[in-house]
Each structure stands twice: as structure tokens, then as C-alpha cells.
Design a protein around this ligand. Sequence first.
Ligand SMILES: Cc1cc2nc3c(=O)[nH]c(=O)nc-3n(C[C@H](O)[C@H](O)[C@H](O)COP(=O)(O)OP(=O)(O)OC[C@H]3O[C@@H](n4cnc5c(N)ncnc54)[C@H](O)[C@@H]3O)c2cc1C
Length: 446
Amino acid sequence: MQKVGLFWFNHDLRMDDNAALLRAAAEVDKLICLYCVDSTSAGPGWQQPAKLSTRRREFLFESLEDLDSQLSRYGQKLIVRTQSPLEAIAQLITVHNVSHLYSSNHVGSHEKRIWSTLSKRYSMLQFTQSHTHTLFDPSQLPFSIEQLPESFSKFRRLVEKMDLDAVIAPPLNAPVNLPPPALVADMAWQPVWQEQFPSNPNAQSPALFKGGASAGEEHLRGYFAKDLASSYKQTRNGLDGMDYSTKFSPWLANGTLSPRRIVQQLKEYEARAGANDSTYWIFFELLWREYFQWYGHRHQKRLYGFSGITDSAPNTSFYPERFKKWCAGNTPYPIINACMKQLNVTGYLSNRGRQLVASCFVHELGLDWRHGAGYMERQLVDYDVASNWGNWQYLAGVGADPRGHRRFDLQKQAQIYDPKNQFVQRWAGEQTLLPLDSVDAADWPI
Ligand SMILES: Cc1cc2nc3c(=O)[nH]c(=O)nc-3n(C[C@H](O)[C@H](O)[C@H](O)COP(=O)(O)OP(=O)(O)OC[C@H]3O[C@@H](n4cnc5c(N)ncnc54)[C@H](O)[C@@H]3O)c2cc1C
């Protein structure tokens, strides 16, 4: 009897360093490679392409196209279904007698729920998941996930006590071969996608990032071919431009780039150009990412809760007018307006910019942080569930910040990071200064 495998691609849109895909290559006779665009009204909003910014949607589309083209070199093809994964996988299991199911283990609670439902419903099948989104496997961490330290500093100290060269496994190469497809014909998804979601001809500027593992690998090689890494620590708080930080995040987020491949390239760079504080700091930031991943695995639904991982709700609410002004970059704060306009046009915002707009959202505008996190989720090309919601919680004082409160002085920050006002001018941050709340005299009691 033939073994038929189904690989559910999700946030691991690559052939490189994909342990579950290698298992599939070794174990089954035929393979279905599936990606689901959950555009059903019953599906969660954040998975529906129509709800995503054009930048984020285009980046995803390019990533899927690139994956499809890589698979075609193996005689394989990517099946893209506009259905919930639960529905699509259930149908394919029945129609094609699937015996083995594979995917990467992801922190998202939606993905976890689907996998758990499938493994209960089809307990006679073989289920395989691997951690491809992180540097470590949970078994390598010096604590259980339930005992994840409550602060990043404690996490880092424990992790750095390990022999990291030995613990962070070298990235796995792409499979040599893949089994042939079990499903020969399926609808061509690209024309449907392009018809439903035409690219934006009025985009104010070309995309900063091209989606797909090929573009991600090229960016990685290009970054380390220059000497930017040697001064990263001094430049990383920049607000505008491609070179002040690594810009690995878009490809890391949808798994077109492996974090272990980055660490391997970083080590090679250090061997060639010398290690210093800056090269270490790139690793340090990747540890932040790592921390938020395990934080998400540990806290699951609490990642999205108003009180976060604490027991007290913030003293904030929802004011539609303020929210709208923040999203559009029409607040009384020029630096915030510039950041929000940059985000809306490019789908990317610097780390410093994200900290400022989140601090403003919570502390100046008194808004419920979850709406800010939700807005970034739709806009960011590098949206990553754990990094986004974990950082927002941190800034809102309901997360992993031991200080419990982080409010940025926006004027002071602008003086430090935009001393010549160039960033604000470039993004027209002063053009649309509006008061926080409009007051309609008719609303006042006589
Ligand atoms: C409110 C807020 C929301 C955020 N949302 C996201 C998100 O959705 N996706 C995302 O990838 N990052 C998010 N970040 C973290 C950080 O801003 C971005 O990872 C970083 O700006 C990406 O640019 P870069 O690749 O050039 O980063 P670099 O400065 O070059 O850092 C290298 C890598 O380290 C990781 N990293 C750096 N800083 C952080 C951090 N604070 N938390 C987690 N990982 C980090 C990223 O993977 C990044 O690619 C958020 C931060 C804040 C304050």
C-alpha cells in the first residue's frame, strides 16, 4: 500500500532547513504540498487576504509563487486552497487516502487548534511536526516551556550559559528529492488571486521587500557581503533606510528564511571580518525574537488578552476618533505621524518607530493596546504573531517588562533620533497635526 503524505505549509514557506519536509521526503511515496488562504467568513479575520494591507498581501503572494517555483524543480506543485485548513485537509485526506501529515510547529493558537483537531479526528494517521521557526527545539532549552523565565534578561542569561555553538544545530539542507505529487491537477490559484487582489497601481513607492525564499537568501547574502554587521549596534535605532538594521524580519516572519541559516551566516561573517559588540548584538536581537516565540508558546491565548500575562487590566479604553487619527498619522505628534505614514506606505516600520507609536497609542491616546496590535498585524509585511503581540504587551505594561511601565517622551525621542527633523519632513509628519479629540459644541449640555 502506497504511503501518501500531506505537507501543510504555513509559516515555513521554504525548502531550506525544513525538518518536517525532509521527513516527508524520506517517508512517503506521494506527497501533497498544501497552503491555505483562509478567506472564509468563518475564518479568523487575520487570515483573510482581503483584510491585509496590499504590501503584506503582495509579499505573501510572491512568497507562495517562489515556493511553487522551487517545488516545480522537484516535479512538485503547491496546491493553494481558499478554504480553512481544517476543511481543505479533511477533504484531501478522504479523497487521496492520506496516511501521513506534516507541518511546522507554530506558535499561533489558531494553527495549534487545527493541528490538535486533526490529530484527534484522524488518530489512525501519522502526524509529524518540527520546530522550524526558532533557533532551538524546546528539548534543548534549559527549562520547560511552562517555566519560561518571566523576563528576557533571565531567559538570555540561562540560554547563554549553554554551549550555543553545539546547541544551535547547523541548518539542514533542502531535500535532494521529493516524492511525486499525489494530486496532479488543481485549480491554478495565481490568476484567481490576482483577479481578487490586484496589485496596487497607485502605490506611492516601490515595495521595499520582495517575498520568497530566493529573495530572502539573496538579501541575507547581500547583507553579510557588506560590512554593515560590524556597526549594527551603533546604527540599529535608525528610522529610515535599508542599512541601519538587518531587515531580516519580513522573511523570518513567514518562514522564507530560517533563523538558523542567519546564525550560520553571522558566524561565517564573524570568522571572516571579526566579531565585535555589533555582530553579537544581531544575535542578541535574534534571542529577543526567540524569547517571544517561547513566550507565545507558553502563554497561548493570554497573548491577546487585555490584561496580558498580568492580573490587572490597563486603564485604557477605545476612542474611535483617536484610533482613526493614529492609524492615518493625524495625531498632535509629528514623529508619530511620520512613523504611521511610513508604515502605511511601506508595510515596514523601524523598531524605534514601533516603540514610539505603541507608547503613544497606550500612554498619550489612552487606547486599548489590542487595537494597535491588530492594526500592525494587518499592515506589517513582517507580521509575526509572537513578536507583535509580545512586544505590544511589553509596551502596554501587561507583558514581560519587569519595569511594568514604559512611556517614551516623544519630544525627547524625536530630538535624539531625528535631530534635523529630516524623517518627520520626509514623511510629512507636520502636515496633518490634529488635536486629539474634536469637540462638537452640540454635544455639550446647555
Ligand atoms: C510594537 C512592536 C511590534 C512589533 N511587531 C513585530 C512583528 O510583527 N514582527 C517582527 O518580526 N518583529 C516585530 N517587532 C520587533 C522589531 O521591531 C522588528 O523585528 C524589527 O524592527 C525588524 O527589523 P529588522 O529585521 O531590521 O531588525 P534588526 O534590528 O536587524 O534585528 C534582527 C532581528 O532580530 C529580531 N528582533 C529585533 N528586535 C526584536 C524585538 N523587539 N522583538 C522580537 N524580535 C526582534 C527580528 O527577527 C529581526 O529581524 C515589533 C516591535 C514592537 C515594539
